[in-house]
Design a protein around this ligand. Structure first.
Ligand SMILES: C[S@@+](CC[C@H](N)C(=O)[O-])C[C@H]1O[C@@H](n2cnc3c(N)ncnc32)[C@H](O)[C@@H]1O
Length: 273
């Protein structure tokens, strides 16, 4: 198995597991930011959209609604269970203009210049070669087509995030930040530079503050189970999981935490030729 195949298998396992919690209400941020990414693109009716790393379809479903029956969305992800969830949500929403495909988005083998829009929300940082991945997204765009890449901003899920990693470091130092790729591209400059290094000149980068409200401090554990933290949790013994959950939630309860930070960075670029 190549390094790329091993990384893809790891990602699929993590997000297959996370699918059981992915649409719980403390994770409403997925749909909120997917919808907002699409709203900012101002897609046209009838547009052909490619959604890479689509997860449970947050941005793909939003795009399908905007482009209408004459438009098409191809949504690609590595996690079969999230794709099943996305397909169910599309069917429940009466959307039949989306195709879901299980494939590696960094090498999906699609035709050049065959889409009017390419969307990637919270997915670009998984690629070993982020610049190459962005160049691959750009290759798919027809002249006049739009690219939207959204990533997390700084301080994601704080204060829960620091408590989580602090406790992981105590229980299992070997796992401390071992699966945490979303922290690599959190500033507008870092993301803008990756996009420009892919040869894309005019990029609009917008950082927005965000928070996710929690009904109770314990809601943070739903976020742990329905996001990439799941990869770390599933590498622990049950005893370690219990110790981690008790320590993190105990401290969040003591501080009466009712919200976590979900800052985001939106980027847009249009292909002239
Ligand atoms: C943080 S989730 C975001 C999903 C979705 N865009 C959303 O906003 O809800 C990241 C997703 O990227 C997918 N992913 C990561 N690397 C991938 C790759 N190389 N090819 C396809 N999907 C990938 C994961 O399976 C996961 O569903």
């Amino acid at each position: 198995m190549s390094d790329q195949q091993a990384a893809a298998a790891r990602v699929a396992a993590v997000y297959n597991a996370a699918s059981d919690s992915y649409t719980a209400s403390p994770l409403s941020f997925w749909d909120r930011y997917g919808t907002e990414t699409v709203r900012r693109m101002r897609l046209q009716l009838g547009a052909r959209v490619l959604d890479l790393c689509c997860g449970a379809g947050a941005s793909a479903l939003a795009a399908a609604r905007v482009v209408g029956p004459s438009g098409r969305v191809l949504a690609v992800d590595l996690s079969p269970r999230l794709l099943e969830l996305a397909a169910r949500r599309a069917a429940d929403g009466g959307l039949d203009n989306i195709e879901f495909r299980c494939a590696d988005a960094t090498s999906a083998g699609l035709l050049s210049k065959s889409f009017d829009a390419v969307v990637c929300v919270f997915g670009v940082f998984f690629a070993a070669d982020t610049t190459g991945f962005v160049a691959e997204m750009w290759r798919h765009l027809a002249p006049g087509g739009a690219l939207a890449i959204t990533t997390w901003g700084p301080h994601l899920f704080e204060p829960g995030n620091s408590l989580f990693w602090q406790e992981v470091a105590r229980l299992r130092p070997d796992l401390d930040h071992a699966f945490n790729p979303w922290d690599d591209l959190v500033t507008p400059d870092a993301l803008g530079n990756v996009i420009r290094s892919a040869g894309i000149k005019d990029v609009v980068v917008t950082a927005k503050r965000g928070t996710q409200r929690l009904l109770t401090s314990d809601d943070f554990w739903q976020i742990v189970l329905g996001t990439g933290y799941r990869g770390t949790v599933d590498a622990l013994t049950q005893e370690q999981v219990d110790a981690l959950r008790d320590a993190v939630l105990g401290e969040l309860r003591r501080r009466r935490v009712r919200a976590v930070t979900t800052n985001v960075v939106y980027t847009y670029a249009t292909r002239a030729t």
